[in-house]
Design a protein around this ligand. Structure first.
Ligand code: 5GP
Ligand code: SF4
Ligand code: MG
Length: 464
């Protein structure tokens, strides 16, 4: 998911909309904006792309100087409008709206305890737990109640929250998902506008200047008194999601203090050093394989070219989760450039193989366009374990690398050779040159989860 927040701008909802537009890659299922005008919070949510939901007449219904927004990527549960965010709750602590990126884990006990205390849940969403914990907190000030609530939940959360006149932003103590803070300087003596976004690419369109990340375990509050910060937990080792650098985030974003572009280029270079193969052309699987493929080409000296063309106008019907791997969808989205591939030894670069079905179709497509050899190179290690922290990986039984050797996967996707980037290689690529290297979660490649609780059902092997 992608989250956005604006504090202190007369057109807060529109700025939030622009931000969400830049964060659309983080989720295409539903979108929502809540705006506060000091008196009330108005919110609007819809299914689909933000540009389809937020037309001018819709934005006009969201007045106020404060706004938060969300674009949803479905992980667990269905994608009904009910689960769209921001969630607005009128609680004993006042009116609160919240937008969340990530997944909370181990909610059973928290939910039972709250229900015994009389909490009535409006949604099935894990996000509502945070609001209920705030409402039931014994502390007196709202900021204490929020810190108390965030200290009680486990898992991944980068959240933005809003009351009638304040904005809050927080990240879980592991720092799984990114969240950054920026500022738009006020014109004509007006005060500055504060911006929070999942990725810094959202700041550029708003002419906002990146200030810093919201730190793991930190709660930032923006109010008429300015920006204040406190930590609700600093006891936990950082475990930021390495898959954000591999695939999820945009290369024009700086996340966890590091440019995604730099990491992906280095993944390609490292992959070339680890598993080079003689070839005539390097071809990325667009768009996610492009940056790593350029790195691979620079390192290997083999020319890079766009041997697969992506149709950018394929509607979201073809990118809905259950349809992502459908046959027609792949051919609709990608088409080979015969003039570049015919008679060539081709190295295909992609970010990951999940089920293997898409990769097989692409290899077949490239071969059918006349390629003499097709070598597949993947810019991360084999995906062997599901994610519980906000990325939609299927359970272990559907992960091809959890149940097959690399040679078996090579046979399945019908490639002449197949190699993955090593674990050391991907960590090196996401830390090299940093004064203070980020601590990463690599659980989908190792099965070593940074939180104690995991869903055992999901990690059962295919034979069980
Ligand atoms: P596959 O060969 O595993 O079917 O598809 C590989 C490509 O599709 C990769 O570019 C990968 O990012 C994407 N992909 C396919 N299925 C899934 C999925 O279930 N979850 C995620 N996160 N990505 C997928
Ligand atoms: Fe990211 Fe993988 Fe960890 Fe999930 S399990 S947070 S996708 S590194
Ligand atoms: Mg891809």
């Amino acid at each position: 998911c992608g989250v956005m927040a604006i504090y202190n701008h007369p057109d807060a909802a529109r700025l939030t909309y622009w931000g969400l537009y830049s964060l659309q890659h983080r989720g295409q299922e539903s979108g929502g904006i809540a705006a506060a005008d000091g008196e009330d919070i108005h919110d609007l949510k819809g299914m689909g792309l933000v540009s389809e939901i937020f037309t001018d007449p819709v934005l006009a219904k969201l007045p106020g100087n404060l706004a938060i927004g969300h674009t949803r990527y479905s992980t667990t549960g269905d994608s009904a409008l009910l689960n769209a965010q921001p969630i607005k709750v009128e609680s004993t602590k006042g009116l609160i709206a919240i937008a969340h990126n990530g997944n909370l884990v181990n909610l059973g006990t928290a939910r039972e305890r709250l229900e015994r205390d009389g909490a009535i849940f409006q949604t099935t969403s894990d996000t509502e737990i945070i609001v209920q914990l705030i409402a039931h907190s014994k502390h007196t000030t709202l900021v204490d109640c929020i810190a108390d609530s965030l200290g009680q939940v486990d898992g991944a959360f980068s959240i933005v929250m809003m009351t009638r006149n304040r904005i809050f932003a927080a990240r879980d103590p592991h720092g799984f998902r990114p969240l950054s803070m920026g500022r738009i300087p006020g014109v004509d003596g007006m005060p500055d506008t504060f911006v929070f976004a999942s990725e810094t690419c959202a700041f550029d369109l708003l002419h906002a200047k990146y200030e810093r990340d919201v730190e793991p375990g930190e709660l930032v509050m923006v109010s008429e008194d300015g920006v204040t910060s406190r930590y609700f937990n600093r006891e936990v080792q950082q475990a930021s999601c390495i898959f954000e650098h591999v695939y999820f985030a945009r290369p024009d974003s700086k996340i966890f203090g590091r440019w995604v572009q730099k990491s992906r280029d280095e993944m390609g270079r490292t992959l070339a050093r680890e598993s080079g193969v003689p070839a005539d052309v390097i071809v990325p699987v667009p768009d996610s394989g492009v940056t790593a493929a350029i790195g691979y080409a620079s390192e290997s000296g083999i020319p890079f070219n766009f041997g697969l063309i992506r149709n950018h106008y394929v509607g979201r019907t073809f990118i809905q989760p259950e349809q992502r791997v459908r046959d027609f969808g792949v051919r609709m989205k990608l088409n080979p450039v015969r003039a570049l591939l015919e008679g060539k030894r081709v190295i295909l670069i992609d970010d990951s193989i999940i089920r293997g079905t898409t990769s097989r179709k692409i290899v077949r497509m490239v071969r059918a366009a006349g390629a003499k050899e097709v070598h597949m190179r993947i810019s991360c290690p084999p995906t062997i374990s599901p994610c519980f922290y906000g990325v939609d990986t299927p359970s272990t039984r559907d992960l091809i690398a959890a149940n097959n050797s690399i040679e078996q996967i090579r046979q399945f996707i019908e490639a002449d050779s197949l190699a993955y980037l090593s674990l050391e290689g991907v960590v090196h690529s996401c830390t090299t040159g940093d004064a203070k290297p980020v601590g990463y979660c690599t659980a989908c490649y190792t099965g070593n989860y940074p939180t104690q609780w995991v869903d055992v059902e999901e990690i059962l092997p295919a034979t069980a």
